[in-house]
Design a protein around this ligand. Structure first.
Ligand code: FES
Length: 83
């Protein structure tokens, strides 16, 4: 399924990027910007952000081992999801 129609990014692309980042660094905070960067792209309109974030969060490897995203990121993700 295409998540970002501006840049033709699929849910599969996002999941693979999240898995790759988590494997590369177990403690990294994974952000949408890092996913775009890992895919060699830059966000355009941002209209995909709620679904983009949901796709990232749904991936088991998204959270830092043993917990959720750090509080700072949780608040930011919540604000982005609200639009
Ligand atoms: S739909 Fe993703 S940047 Fe426009």
């Amino acid at each position: 399924m295409i998540v970002c129609s501006c840049l033709n990014i699929s849910d599969h692309d996002i999941r693979k990027a999240v898995d790759w980042m988590r494997a590369a660094d177990p403690d990294t905070v994974i952000t949408p910007g890092k996913v775009y960067h890992a895919l060699g792209k830059r966000a355009d309109c941002g209209g995909c952000m709620p679904l983009f974030l949901d796709t990232m969060r749904a991936r088991d490897s998204f959270a830092v081992a043993g917990g959720e995203a750090p509080p700072m990121l949780r608040n930011r993700l919540a604000r982005l999801a609200r639009g």
